[in-house]
Design a protein around this ligand. Sequence first.
Ligand code: SF4
Length: 159
Amino acid sequence: MTLPFRAHHFLCTAAFRGAGYSPQFVHHYTALVDTLSQERGTTRLEVVADADTICQPCPHRTGTQCVAQARIQQLDHRHGTVLGLAPGDQLTWAEARRRLAEQVSLDQFHWMCSGCRWKKLGVCEDTLVALHQEFQTHAFAPEHRPPQTFTASAQCVAS
Ligand code: SF4
Protein backbone atom coordinates (compact mmCIF):
# COMPACT_ATOMS: atom_id res chain seq x y z
CA MET A 1 0.00 0.00 0.00
CA THR A 2 1.25 3.49 -0.88
CA LEU A 3 -0.11 6.43 1.08
CA PRO A 4 -0.69 9.76 -0.68
CA PHE A 5 1.18 12.62 1.01
CA ARG A 6 1.19 16.35 0.23
CA ALA A 7 4.76 17.67 0.12
CA HIS A 8 4.35 19.83 3.22
CA HIS A 9 3.00 16.93 5.26
CA PHE A 10 6.35 15.14 5.58
CA LEU A 11 7.67 17.59 8.17
CA CYS A 12 4.20 18.08 9.67
CA THR A 13 4.02 14.33 10.28
CA ALA A 14 7.49 14.10 11.78
CA ALA A 15 6.44 16.91 14.13
CA PHE A 16 2.92 15.69 14.95
CA ARG A 17 2.33 15.74 18.72
CA GLY A 18 -1.45 15.35 18.95
CA ALA A 19 -2.70 18.80 17.95
CA GLY A 20 -5.07 19.27 15.03
CA TYR A 21 -8.23 20.70 13.54
CA SER A 22 -10.82 18.39 15.15
CA PRO A 23 -10.98 15.30 17.40
CA GLN A 24 -11.53 13.13 14.31
CA PHE A 25 -8.55 14.69 12.57
CA VAL A 26 -6.30 14.11 15.60
CA HIS A 27 -7.53 10.52 16.03
CA HIS A 28 -6.86 9.74 12.37
CA TYR A 29 -3.44 11.45 12.41
CA THR A 30 -2.42 9.66 15.61
CA ALA A 31 -3.28 6.30 14.03
CA LEU A 32 -1.27 7.19 10.94
CA VAL A 33 1.79 8.20 12.96
CA ASP A 34 1.48 4.98 14.98
CA THR A 35 1.42 2.96 11.74
CA LEU A 36 4.51 4.73 10.40
CA SER A 37 6.29 3.96 13.64
CA GLN A 38 5.16 0.31 13.79
CA GLU A 39 6.22 -0.27 10.18
CA ARG A 40 9.67 1.10 11.10
CA GLY A 41 9.95 3.49 8.20
CA THR A 42 9.07 0.98 5.48
CA THR A 43 5.69 2.56 4.65
CA ARG A 44 5.66 3.81 1.05
CA LEU A 45 4.44 7.35 0.41
CA GLU A 46 3.57 9.09 -2.85
CA VAL A 47 3.69 12.85 -3.24
CA VAL A 48 0.35 14.29 -4.37
CA ALA A 49 -0.82 17.81 -5.18
CA ASP A 50 -4.26 17.63 -3.58
CA ALA A 51 -5.94 16.24 -0.45
CA ASP A 52 -4.00 13.29 0.95
CA THR A 53 -4.44 10.63 3.60
CA ILE A 54 -3.95 13.21 6.38
CA CYS A 55 -6.55 15.56 4.89
CA GLN A 56 -9.33 12.94 4.71
CA PRO A 57 -11.11 13.76 8.04
CA CYS A 58 -10.09 17.44 8.07
CA PRO A 59 -13.02 19.86 8.52
CA HIS A 60 -11.29 22.25 6.10
CA ARG A 61 -11.28 19.74 3.21
CA THR A 62 -13.71 20.26 0.33
CA GLY A 63 -13.43 17.26 -1.96
CA THR A 64 -9.82 17.06 -3.12
CA GLN A 65 -9.14 20.65 -2.15
CA CYS A 66 -8.64 22.71 1.03
CA VAL A 67 -10.68 25.80 1.90
CA ALA A 68 -7.28 27.54 2.07
CA GLN A 69 -6.09 25.91 -1.15
CA ALA A 70 -3.89 28.81 -2.34
CA ARG A 71 -2.00 29.01 0.97
CA ILE A 72 -1.67 25.22 1.20
CA GLN A 73 -0.39 25.02 -2.38
CA GLN A 74 2.27 27.58 -1.46
CA LEU A 75 3.33 25.40 1.48
CA ASP A 76 3.45 22.35 -0.79
CA HIS A 77 5.47 24.23 -3.41
CA ARG A 78 8.04 25.50 -0.90
CA HIS A 79 8.40 22.16 0.91
CA GLY A 80 8.60 20.27 -2.40
CA THR A 81 11.27 22.67 -3.68
CA VAL A 82 13.47 22.23 -0.59
CA LEU A 83 12.94 18.47 -0.40
CA GLY A 84 13.35 17.94 -4.14
CA LEU A 85 9.97 16.22 -4.35
CA ALA A 86 7.19 16.58 -6.92
CA PRO A 87 3.79 14.91 -7.36
CA GLY A 88 4.26 11.29 -8.41
CA ASP A 89 7.52 10.80 -6.54
CA GLN A 90 7.55 7.84 -4.15
CA LEU A 91 9.72 7.17 -1.12
CA THR A 92 9.54 5.37 2.20
CA TRP A 93 8.93 7.13 5.49
CA ALA A 94 12.52 6.34 6.51
CA GLU A 95 13.79 7.98 3.31
CA ALA A 96 11.55 10.96 3.95
CA ARG A 97 12.92 11.44 7.47
CA ARG A 98 16.49 11.29 6.17
CA ARG A 99 15.65 13.74 3.41
CA LEU A 100 14.20 16.16 5.96
CA ALA A 101 17.37 15.91 8.04
CA GLU A 102 19.76 16.26 5.12
CA GLN A 103 17.99 18.83 2.96
CA VAL A 104 16.18 21.22 5.30
CA SER A 105 18.23 23.83 7.14
CA LEU A 106 16.67 25.98 9.83
CA ASP A 107 16.71 28.96 7.48
CA GLN A 108 14.85 26.91 4.87
CA PHE A 109 12.40 25.74 7.53
CA HIS A 110 11.48 29.34 8.40
CA TRP A 111 10.93 30.07 4.70
CA MET A 112 9.04 26.94 3.74
CA CYS A 113 6.72 26.97 6.77
CA SER A 114 6.01 30.72 6.81
CA GLY A 115 2.30 31.39 7.06
CA CYS A 116 1.49 28.19 8.95
CA ARG A 117 -0.52 28.67 12.14
CA TRP A 118 1.33 25.85 13.96
CA LYS A 119 4.83 27.21 13.37
CA LYS A 120 4.83 29.53 16.38
CA LEU A 121 4.42 26.57 18.76
CA GLY A 122 8.06 25.66 18.09
CA VAL A 123 7.42 21.93 17.90
CA CYS A 124 8.23 21.68 14.19
CA GLU A 125 11.49 23.59 14.58
CA ASP A 126 12.45 21.39 17.54
CA THR A 127 11.63 18.30 15.47
CA LEU A 128 13.88 19.46 12.65
CA VAL A 129 16.74 20.12 15.07
CA ALA A 130 16.23 16.61 16.50
CA LEU A 131 16.35 15.16 12.97
CA HIS A 132 19.59 17.06 12.27
CA GLN A 133 21.05 15.54 15.43
CA GLU A 134 19.74 12.03 14.73
CA PHE A 135 21.24 12.00 11.23
CA GLN A 136 24.36 13.97 12.26
CA THR A 137 23.45 16.85 9.97
CA HIS A 138 23.25 19.47 12.71
CA ALA A 139 26.21 21.26 11.12
CA PHE A 140 23.30 23.06 9.46
CA ALA A 141 22.65 24.82 12.76
CA PRO A 142 25.75 25.31 14.93
CA GLU A 143 23.72 27.11 17.56
CA HIS A 144 21.70 23.93 18.04
CA ARG A 145 24.59 21.50 18.43
CA PRO A 146 24.07 19.39 21.55
CA PRO A 147 26.01 20.87 24.50
CA GLN A 148 28.22 17.82 25.10
CA THR A 149 30.13 19.20 28.10
CA PHE A 150 26.94 20.50 29.68
CA THR A 151 25.23 17.16 29.16
CA ALA A 152 28.10 15.33 30.84
CA SER A 153 28.06 17.59 33.88
CA ALA A 154 24.28 17.43 34.08
CA GLN A 155 24.49 13.64 34.18
CA CYS A 156 26.99 13.94 37.04
CA VAL A 157 24.64 16.17 38.99
CA ALA A 158 21.74 13.81 38.41
CA SER A 159 23.61 10.69 39.44
S1 SF4 B 1 5.11 24.78 10.72
FE1 SF4 B 1 3.17 24.07 9.81
S2 SF4 B 1 3.67 23.43 7.69
FE2 SF4 B 1 5.60 23.58 8.85
S3 SF4 B 1 5.94 21.49 9.59
FE3 SF4 B 1 4.86 22.60 11.22
S4 SF4 B 1 2.67 22.16 10.91
FE4 SF4 B 1 3.77 21.60 9.00
